[in-house]
Write a protein that binds this ligand. Structure first.
Ligand SMILES: [Zn+2]
Length: 115
């Protein structure tokens, strides 16, 4: 592993405050993922088999883990529209947390160097 020059603790602290402020700004978060599916049914004369086909759906499902088990729930189009940003917020929060973790590591290294 190449040896990196430890960063200035003051610079790291400034970045930490900035990240903490961004985390504080985050609205509601929702865990899990969304799947949107359009289906064909079994009836040969249905519009879903026409040309061009008019498929059934969208069927929106929200999947998440609860105590290690996968839980799936249907959502309406209206719900998807309303809660989609909350799923995006969750991703954003995860990104910010990993940046904060990286920063913690850099700070530990900087503290050792500046001691
Ligand atoms: Zn059909």
């Amino acid at each position: 592993m190449p040896k990196r020059t430890p960063k200035n603790p003051t610079t790291l602290e400034r970045r930490r405050r900035k990240l903490a402020a961004q985390i504080a700004e985050i609205d509601h978060i929702l865990p899990g993922s969304i799947n949107i599916a359009m289906n064909r049914c079994g009836k040969p004369n249905c519009a879903c088999h026409a040309d061009p086909p008019k498929l059934h759906g969208p069927y929106i499902t929200w999947t998440r883990k609860v105590a290690g088990k996968t839980v799936t729930r249907r959502l309406s189009t209206e719900q998807l529209e309303r809660y989609k940003p909350w799923f995006e917020n969750n991703h954003r929060l995860q990104t910010l947390i990993s940046e904060l973790q990286t920063l913690g590591i850099e700070r530990l290294e900087a503290d050792q160097h500046h001691r």
